[in-house]
Ligand binder design. Structure first.
Ligand code: IMP
Length: 427
C-alpha cells in the first residue's frame, strides 16, 4: 500500500476484533520501516502463519516477523512486562531476531499483577467478558492520574514508593469488591527490580522517534488492536475495551499529529464474529453459527473462548468506515464462505417498526434490533488459490462488490487463507 503519497498508514479492525489484522499487518509491513502498536495490551492476539509455523502476537507488533522492521510500543499501550518478555523470548527461541528491534515509549503504562486481580474481581459483578489481562484497571489508573509509567523505572526508589501506595489502594478496592485475593507489595517490588534493567535499554521517546522517521520519509504502519466496535467511545459501550481502538487513537497513542497519517485501512471479515459479551445483531442460527466457527476456527487467540459468529453486518462496517475515516477495506476469510449455497448479509436493522440505516448508540436499542438480511448467491468452490479478482468465481466477486457498496469503501485486499501468499491485492 505504501507509495510516494502514502508513508504513514493505520490498520484498524472494523468489527469486534479478530478480523485478521495480524496477517494484513504482516503482509503490508514487508514494505514498512516501523510498525507501531498504539493502544491496548496483551489482550490482543494477532495470529500470523508463515509456512507451517503459527505465531500469536499479543503485545509486539506483527512487523517483528520481517527482520528489517523496527517495532514500537507507543505511549497509548499498556504493557504487562512478563507477557512482553515472555513473548520476546518465545520469538527468539523460534529464530526471530528481536535484539535491538523493539522500542518502548517512556510514557506507556505498566500492567501489574494487581491490575489482573482487579480485572477478575470487577468481572464477577460487571460481566463484560474481558480477557482478564488487567487492561481496564491499568487504563483506570492512567486516567485516574495514578498510573505507573515505564519511564518511572529510571528512578527505582521513587517507583517503589509509588508502587507500595498503588498496591495498598488496590487491596482496599479488592476488599470493597468482596474479592478474597490481596496483592503483595514485595511481589511487585521484586517484579519491578527484575524487569527494569531489561526494559530500560529499550525505552525512548517514541513520539519524537516517529516524528523524525516520518520527516525522513520512512514508512510507518500503525497497527490497531481489537476492533472499532470495542472502542471505549465508539463501541458497544459498556461491552468494549478500555482504549480508543479507532484511527483517531492512533495519533494520540503513537504520539504523532493526525496530519501525519496518510491512509486508514479497515480490516473486516467476510462475516462477523464477537468474543466476550454484548450484542451481535447478525448472529447466525445455531447450526450455521457452529459451521462458521468450525470452518473459520473461531476461538479466541488469547483466551480460547468460542467466538459468536454471524453474517456480515453492513451497519457495523459503514459505521466503522465513518468513525475511522477508512480509505480502504481489507476483506479477510472469504474462503470460509466457500461452501455456503447462499450467504445472507445484514443491510439494515428494524427497530420497533422503523428502519435503521445507522448504528444506534443506545445499547438497549441494539439489543432489540432485527437485522434486515439480503441473501446473496454463494459460489461453492474453493477460493483459496485465487491471487487476483479475476481468479474468483463470479458470485464471489459479486459478493465483494456488494460489500463495497454497503460499506461505502473500496476494497484493496481480499484474504483467502491463513498463509502470507493467500492474498489478493486489488490494483
Ligand atoms: P478487555 O480488553 O480484556 O478489557 O476486554 C473487553 C472486551 O474486549 C471483551 O469483550 C473482550 O473479549 C474484548 N477483547 C479484548 N481484546 C480483544 C481482541 O484482541 N479481540 C477480540 N476481542 C477482544
Amino acid at each position: 500500500m505504501f507509495d510516494t503519497d502514502l508513508h504513514c498508514l493505520v490498520v484498524v479492525g472494523a468489527q469486534w476484533g479478530d478480523e485478521g489484522k495480524g496477517k494484513l499487518v504482516d503482509v503490508i509491513s514487508e514494505r514498512a520501516d516501523l510498525v507501531v502498536r498504539y493502544q491496548g495490551g496483551a489482550n490482543a492476539g494477532h495470529t500470523v502463519v508463515i509456512g507451517d509455523s503459527q505465531f500469536i502476537l499479543r503485545l509486539i507488533p506483527s512487523g517483528i516477523l520481517h527482520p528489517t522492521t523496527t517495532c514500537v510500543l507507543g505511549n497509548g499501550v499498556v504493557i504487562d512486562p512478563d507477557a512482553f518478555f515472555g513473548e520476546l523470548d518465545g520469538l527468539a527461541e523460534r529464530g526471530v531476531p528481536v535484539t535491538g528491534r523493539v522500542l518502548v515509549s517512556d510514557r506507556a503504562h505498566l500492567v501489574l499483577p494487581y491490575h489482573k486481580l482487579l480485572d477478575a474481581a470487577a468481572e464477577r459483578s460487571q460481566n463484560i467478558g474481558t480477557t482478564r489481562r488487567g487492561i481496564g484497571p491499568a487504563y483506570e489508573d492512567k486516567y485516574g492520574r495514578r498510573g505507573l509509567r515505564v519511564g518511572f523505572l529510571s528512578d527505582l526508589p521513587r517507583m517503589e514508593r509509588r508502587l507500595a501506595d498503588r498496591v495498598r489502594l488496590a487491596n482496599e478496592q479488592l476488599a470493597l469488591l468482596g474479592a478474597p485475593e490481596r496483592a503483595s507489595v514485595d511481589e511487585h517490588v521484586t517484579l519491578i527490580r527484575r524487569i527494569a534493567p531489561r526494559l530500560l535499554p529499550m525505552v525512548v521517546d517514541t513520539g519524537a522517534h516517529l516524528h523524525h522517521a516520518i520527516r525522513a520519509g520512512q514508512r510507518v504502519l500503525l497497527e490497531g488492536a481489537q476492533g472499532s466496535l470495542l472502542d471505549v467511545d465508539h463501541g458497544t459501550y459498556p461491552f468494549v475495551t478500555s482504549s480508543n481502538t479507532t484511527a483517531g487513537g492512533a495519533a494520540v497513542g503513537a504520539g504523532i499529529g493526525p496530519t501525519a497519517i496518510d491512509g486508514v485501512l479497515g480490516v473486516v471479515k467476510a462475516y462477523t464474529t464477537r468474543v466476550g459479551n454484548g450484542p451481535l445483531p447478525t448472529l447466525a442460527p445455531a447450526p450455521v453459527e457452529e459451521e462458521l466457527r468450525r470452518l473459520g476456527h473461531e476461538f479466541g487467540a488469547v483466551t480460547g473462548r468460542p467466538r459468536r459468529c454471524g453474517w456480515f453486518d453492513a451497519l457495523v462496517v459503514r459505521y466503522a468506515a465513518r468513525v475511522n475515516g477508512l480509505t480502504a477495506l481489507a476483506v479477510t476469510k472469504l474462503d470460509v464462505l466457500d461452501s455456503f449455497e447462499t450467504i445472507p448479509v445484514g443491510a439494515a436493522y428494524d427497530l420497533d417498526g422503523a428502519r435503521l440505516e445507522e448504528m444506534p448508540s443506545d445499547l438497549s436499542a441494539l439489543e432489540r434490533v432485527t437485522p434486515v438480511l439480503e441473501t446473496l448467491e454463494g459460489w461453492r468452490t474453493s477460493t483459496s488459490t485465487a491471487r487476483s479478482l479475476a481468479d474468483l468465481p463470479r458470485p464471489a466477486r459479486s459478493y465483494l462488490e456488494r460489500l463495497e457498496v454497503l460499506a461505502d469503501t473500496p476494497i484493496r485486499y481480499v484474504s483467502v487463507g491463513t498463509r502470507r501468499d493467500q492474498i489478493i491485492e486489488v490494483a
